[in-house]
Design a protein. Structure first.
Length: 73
């Protein structure tokens, strides 16, 4: 829930997320992990849809599966 608030409150974060998706698309990625500041987004590049969002606090101890790329913005 906290990460969703970050997206709504920050047009800069949203722009950087979109830029990360575009970079992944240019490289032919299907499912990518986009890291923007302290937030992780698992994204369906083809559908331009965020599948999962996690804040930095939620990232510890988690494993991201079914992704084929990572973009750090």
């Amino acid at each position: 829930m906290g990460s969703e608030m970050c997206i709504r409150d920050s047009s800069d974060m949203l722009q950087r997320l979109n830029d990360g998706i575009e970079i992944a698309a240019e490289k032919g990625s299907n499912e990518t992990l986009v890291l923007v500041d302290r937030t992780a987004f698992v994204v369906s590049v083809k559908n331009r849809t965020v599948i999962t969002t996690m804040s930095q606090e939620d990232l510890k101890g988690n494993i991201f599966t079914n992704i084929d790329s990572t973009v750090i913005m």
